[in-house]
Design a protein around this ligand. Sequence first.
Ligand SMILES: NC(=O)c1ccc[n+]([C@@H]2O[C@H](COP(=O)([O-])OP(=O)(O)OC[C@H]3O[C@@H](n4cnc5c(N)ncnc54)[C@H](OP(=O)(O)O)[C@@H]3O)[C@@H](O)[C@H]2O)c1
Length: 242
Amino acid sequence: MSRLANKVALVIGGVGGIGGAVSQRFANEGARVYATSRKGGETTAGAESSGGIRVIQADASDKADLQRVLEHIRSEQGRIDVLVINAGLSEYAPLRDISEDHFDRTFGLNVRSLVFAAQGVTDMMQAGGSIVLIGSIAGDIGTKGYGVYGATKAAVRSFARTWANELASTGIRVNVVSPGPTDTAMMASASQEVRDVLSSMIPLGRMGRPEEVAAAALFLASDESSFTTGAELAVDGGMAQV
Ligand SMILES: NC(=O)c1ccc[n+]([C@@H]2O[C@H](COP(=O)([O-])OP(=O)(O)OC[C@H]3O[C@@H](n4cnc5c(N)ncnc54)[C@H](OP(=O)(O)O)[C@@H]3O)[C@@H](O)[C@H]2O)c1
């Protein structure tokens, strides 16, 4: 399949977990994929080829790093057709335990960095461009202990609506993929008991796989969703839908 043939894609937080599955799926569909990660090569300037994916070492929460990534892609490709902003963090903190550090760290990556990544990329996008934000059903439901995280993801949903409206006249679409519990490093600290409880809350009876989230991101990234903007696509086994 080549649903992203001739497209240049940037996946911020594109190594491992959901972002890694997105990068891999996009590369399999013919895209030239750039994936950022804090891990990677020794220098911060270079890009190393990893299959169809070029990994650039960069901290998604660092605006200067992001600028360097964009200049790198500009010099190699001249444009970006698809942007996926996946980097995000989730920490447990019920209201009584919310610290300024926790608040700033979570909003800093999940919201602030996302805003400036989208802002930085739009002038490299042409009509037909697609921005896919990775949200969460935590933005819709009140998961105990994850108030700050949930608020960041509600903000992501809100930005998608506004940017879809603002960018519509340029032909750039903006949408959100909102996973439910998905089997990645983010869930690794959860005990089997917690995983079983979570699974029992999901109508389809199990957690999601990163590849299933990547399939939804592919739809929104590709021209097959050419009349879809400002939307949220939940990939949650029905958890927040029924
Ligand atoms: N797993 C779930 O159940 C679930 C459910 C709903 C939504 N999501 C969302 O899906 C996205 C990916 O999550 P995942 O489950 O794949 O988690 P993950 O495996 O932990 O990956 C998290 C990603 O965020 C980046 N990241 C984490 N902390 C960072 C920090 N302090 N500074 C800069 N970058 C940081 C990582 O980049 P590096 O490569 O640099 O480490 C990685 O790309 C997130 O936005 C998350 O909120 C996940």
